[in-house]
Ligand binder design. Structure first.
Ligand code: ADP
Ligand code: GN1
Ligand code: MG
Length: 371
């Protein structure tokens, strides 16, 4: 197992309010940020329960108290909404498990922060949609998520990552990284740098709309990857949105767009063979349908009109973030191989170019589902 040794995980887990005897523990999921483990406990002769233990990435989340305050607040609100609809708050919302001392998270002797959640059983998250229905269900889940948080007091949320989707600032950070070239990698990625610079206009579109008051800030998820939704294995429904670290005021178009860049792609985010990478219009249409069905009446005409732009901007932004991380020596996203961030950047730029080709179709599809 990579990351934290098993013995250490057991020692950490012992300090949470779990009952039973730990029988197994292993890494879970393919997130790029936190360390996530699934632990199984035996209770009595027959029963067992599974829990998630997560080491919060302290390089990225510098104020864990604030982060956890956001999560406690948001999950509390979501639970009320789910109960109003007679849903199951244990399966449809993330449930934090406190430490034995009753705290929301644990700080170990190395200053690392850990939290635990009830494991959502009989559900799966995908890095690539197995069938269009999965992607549709993820759209409904993210749409409902936004809808349920529409009346959440946004001013109580802490900004867990400053300027997270400020694409203009992301662009400036890329330019600084190119100039500094601390790892002497810039010369080997001239083509990618040229693509990023040629598309600078994408870094400014939403900042300008916001400044002019043409689109509102809402409470959004901000990391709407397909693998941040749990799909129920029996019903195929998107039951629970996970990864709430970046729930903050943001733009509806960005939540829509981030889902498209990841889930409407015909290949994995780190596919090396770029001929396999494109933005699938069938998947795109299905997502538009699901997202607008579940939260469309909460969105303004301008926001809906800008959804395709959300896909282009988020894909571009993610591409420049991967490129920046590659130039800076891979300190942000977890990598499994030397050029992992570069491969990821290339898929994103390939998708941006493909979205440009399919631009008219993407706008027509949104108009078709706009009420
Ligand atoms: P990261 O920020 O690193 O992406 P996530 O919070 O998204 O971390 O967790 C990584 C993966 O772990 C998710 O994509 C999901 O597959 C799985 N996961 C997270 N929370 C739960 C949970 N409560 N129950 C089941 N699986 C979970
Ligand atoms: C990260 O945490 P995860 O793997 O769900 C990142 C997103 C990126 C994504 C790219 C907090 O998401 O912003 O879009 O990788 N999360 C954070 O795959 O930076
Ligand atoms: Mg995640």
């Amino acid at each position: 197992m990579t990351g934290t040794p098993k013995e250490e995980i057991k020692r950490i887990a012992d300090q949470f309010a779990f009952t039973g005897e730990l029988v197994s523990c292993g890494p879970c999921g393919s997130g790029h940020i936190n360390e996530t483990y699934m632990l199984r406990y035996r209770i009595g002769e027959m029963g067992s329960i599974k829990v998630i233990l997560q080491k919060i990435n302290r390089e990225i989340f510098q104020k864990p108290e604030e982060l956890m305050e956001n999560i406690a607040g948001v999950t509390g609100h979501l639970k009320k909404k789910v109960l109003q609809k007679s849903g199951d708050p244990e399966r449809e919302v993330l449930n934090l498990i406190p430490t034995k001392e009753g705290k929301a998270f644990l700080t170990d002797e190395n200053g690392e922060c850990w939290r635990a959640y009830i494991f959502i059983t009989d559900a799966v998250s995908y890095d690539l949609a197995e069938k269009p229905e999965d992607f549709y269900e993820s759209a409904v889940a993210f749409g409902k998520f936004q809808e349920m948080l529409a009346d959440y007091p946004a001013e109580t949320l802490h900004e867990t990552i400053k300027d997270f989707h400020d694409t203009k600032k992301r662009f400036q950070t890329l330019k600084n990284a190119i100039e500094k070239d601390s790892c002497h990698r810039a010369a080997s990625v001239k083509e990618e740098i040229a693509f990023a610079l040629q598309h600078e206009y994408l870094a400014n579109v939403f900042g300008e709309l916001l400044a002019k008051g043409e689109v509102p800030l809402r409470v959004t998820h901000n990391d709407t990857k397909l693998n941040n939704v749990m799909i129920d294995l029996e019903t195929g429904k998107g039951i629970c949105v996970v990864d709430l670290d970046t729930v903050m005021p943001g733009l509806a178009m960005n939540d829509f767009g981030d889902s498209i860049r990841f889930g409407a792609s015909t290949a994995l985010e780190d596919e090396k063979d770029l001929s396999k990478v494109s933005c699938d219009m069938e998947l795109y249409e299905i997502y538009v349908k699901g997202f607008l069905e579940s939260c469309g009446d909460k969105l303004s005409a301008k926001e809906i009109e800008m959804l395709p732009m959300g896909a282009k901007v988020m894909t571009y932004e993610c591409g420049i973030r991967f490129l920046t991380d590659y130039l800076e020596g891979d300190h942000y996203f977890k990598i499994d191989r030397e050029e992992h961030n570069l491969d990821r950047c290339r898929t994103q730029f390939k998708l941006v170019a493909d979205i440009e080709q399919k631009w008219d179709t993407m706008q027509t599809i949104v108009k078709k589902y706009q009420k």
